[in-house]
Structure formats: structure tokens, C-alpha cells
Ligand binder design. Structure first.
Ligand code: FAD
Length: 292
């Protein structure tokens, strides 16, 4: 492990990534690195850059499909103490990239802060959520973000704030490799009221999404003015299976997997869905799930 000499405590070789993703499938990474703070992250990135090794950033793995053959390079997961802090100052909150959205939403309920209830039931990290402006019909994270702390591939740490920062449907204009944390502006409210909103969102999701099965949430983005789920359903694909991957019969935009599923099954099923929807409606669905 000469690439990471002296950093052995935070580096694991040939590490199976399946257990770090919501799908629970896919192969190993050459290296999994879990830096404890920004200094260690900078050191790891410098060594990878010098050696020409590819870097992947992993959040909570809830929007990712890892190929069966795994990934060649270094997967960096920002879940050390330097990346999991939450700091509250009145209506402003800073959350590190590795903070789980569930923990953040609950802390806001306790403190009577409103603005993040719409993220209830989204199992990502702050870093992953900021990257793709996670959210949906109840609100998106981008709406409450004031600034983000970023690090580029040369180890430079800097802030980007609104209006320079913009968020769109499942996307942001953040091009830096690493999101280290985000500062959000929330609104004071009665904790009971915030809790009620969280419960309403949760009940809606439980009724409409297959939360008891392994998935990565919506597999495809909604085309402008259309619902990807409705198109897939109208194409007659609810319940359609490839191997152990299946179009959920509860929500057609969720691809759920059973034990023993391979990433190839999921990829093949996605291809079939794209072809079928294109053939039936002339609309080319774009993946929401990221494939490494
Ligand atoms: C049951 C279920 C329900 C879901 N519902 C929703 C929903 O309602 N709305 C919604 O938007 N999504 C939903 N999702 C998808 C997913 O939870 C979100 O996209 C989430 O924001 C992904 O965050 P993550 O930390 O898991 O990112 P990952 O899946 O780990 O990574 C996703 C992308 O973000 C990048 N990334 C992660 N962390 C960082 C970082 N710190 N710096 C730079 N890049 C980073 C990764 O490199 C990758 O490109 C759902 C998923 C599941 C399983």
C-alpha cells in the first residue's frame, strides 16, 4: 500500500462497496478511504493526483449503482468527524457533507426549525443531496442553501454562495469534486408543527413508495411536463423483471432488487425501460441513478 503509506488507519484495499450502497449490489473498490478531517482528505487527494489514480466520492450510496466488477481507483467516503458536524446559530445551520439527511431533519424538528421537512424519507447524506439538489414535491434542499464549502481536486477549500450558486431539477452548478458542507437558512417554527409536516411527508412516501424493498429511489428523471413513473406504467412495465431486478408495482419509477441481484440485471432493465418508453411515446428517459 505504498500509495497510502502512513495513512493505513483510514485506507482499506479491495473493499466491497455493496454494503455501502442502498442497492446492496456491485463489486469492490481498489481502495476505500475514510479521511477524518480536511487535512487528511487533502493529503489523500494529493497522492491520488500525483499517482494518476481516479477518485470517486461516495455519500450514503442511495443514488448509486456500482458495477458488478467494482471500480478501479479510490473511493473516498466523507464520514469522519471532520465531515459530520452540525452547527446551529439561530435560524442558520451548517451541516457537514457526511451528515445523514434523516439526522438533520430530526435535529431541526427538535429545535423548531422549518425548511427541511420535504427531505423526510430521503436516505442520502448532505453532500449527495446538495450535489443533485435532492427533494421532490415537498421541496428541494437547494431552496434553503445559502452557501456551500467546497474543495477542488488540487485541495483548495473555498465557499460558493448564492447567487453564484444555483440549483435546478435534480442538479446544481457545483463542479468541484468535493462538497464539504452546506450552510442553510431555515425559519423558526413550533417543533410540533415541524413534526406534523415531517409526519405528513413520511406517510405520503410510505403510501406511494416501496420503502420495504431495496432501491435507489427514482431510477429516471421526470421529462419536462411528464412523470417518468406514469410513462413507465403506461408502457405496461409495472412488475416487469430482469433477473432479480424489477419495476416496482407500487411506484413504476422505482427499480427494486431482490437478494442475488446483479448490477447487470438493473442495467438491462433500465435499457429495456428506456427503449420501451422511447418506442411507445417518443420520449428518451434520462437516468437519475448514477452508475459508476
Ligand atoms: C428509498 C429512497 C427514496 C429516495 N427518495 C428520493 C427523493 O424523494 N428525492 C431525491 O432527490 N432523491 C431520492 N432518493 C435518492 C437519494 O437518496 C438522493 O439522491 C440523495 O441525495 C443521494 O445522496 P447520497 O449521499 O446517498 O449520494 P450517493 O448516492 O452516495 O452519491 C450520489 C452522487 O453524489 C456525489 N456525492 C456524494 N457525496 C458527495 C460529496 N460530499 N461531494 C461531492 N459529491 C458527492 C457522488 O459522487 C455521486 O455522484 C431516494 C433514494 C432511496 C433509496
Amino acid at each position: 500500500m505504498s500509495l497510502f503509506k502512513g495513512l493505513e488507519q483510514i485506507v482499506r484495499c479491495n473493499y466491497p462497496l455493496a454494503g455501502l450502497t442502498w442497492y446492496g449490489i456491485g463489486g469492490p473498490a481498489d481502495y476505500l478511504v475514510q479521511p477524518q478531517d480536511v487535512g487528511q482528505l487533502q493529503e489523500v487527494v494529493k497522492r491520488c493526483q500525483d499517482a494518476g489514480v481516479r477518485i470517486y466520492v461516495l455519500g450514503a450510496g442511495s443514488n448509486l449503482l456500482i458495477p458488478d466488477e467494482g471500480v478501479r481507483g479510490v473511493v473516498i467516503k466523507l464520514d469522519g468527524p471532520g465531515f459530520t458536524q452540525m452547527r446551529f446559530d439561530g435560524e442558520q445551520v451548517y451541516a457537514g457533507a457526511g451528515v445523514g439527511l434523516g439526522a438533520l431533519v430530526l435535529e431541526c424538528v427538535k429545535r423548531g426549525l422549518s425548511g427541511l421537512e420535504g427531505l423526510t424519507g430521503i436516505p442520502g447524506s448532505v453532500g449527495g443531496a446538495v450535489k443533485m439538489n435532492a427533494g421532490g414535491r415537498f421541496g428541494n434542499i437547494g431552496t434553503v442553501i445559502e452557501s456551500v464549502t467546497l474543495m477542488d481536486i488540487n485541495g483548495q477549500v473555498f465557499q460558493k454562495a448564492k447567487p453564484e450558486l444555483s440549483f435546478d431539477y435534480r442538479s446544481s452548478n457545483i463542479a468541484s469534486k468535493f462538497i464539504l458542507g452546506a450552510t442553510m437558512r431555515l425559519a423558526s417554527a413550533e417543533p410540533d408543527q415541524v413534526l406534523r409536516s415531517v409526519q405528513e411527508v413520511w406517510i405520503y412516501k410510505k403510501n406511494h413508495q416501496p420503502l420495504d424493498a431495496r432501491s435507489c429511489g427514482c431510477a429516471f428523471k421526470n421529462p419536462p411536463g411528464q412523470s417518468a413513473g406514469a410513462l413507465i406504467e403506461r408502457a405496461g412495465l409495472k412488475g416487469f423483471k430482469v433477473g432479480k431486478a424489477m419495476v416496482s408495482d407500487k411506484h413504476a419509477n422505482f427499480i427494486v432488487v431482490e437478494p442475488g441481484c446483479s448490477s447487470k440485471d438493473v442495467l438491462r432493465l433500465m435499457e429495456i425501460i428506456v427503449d420501451r418508453v422511447k418506442g411507445d411515446f417518443g420520449i428518451e428517459l434520462q437516468r437519475e441513478i448514477e452508475v459508476w
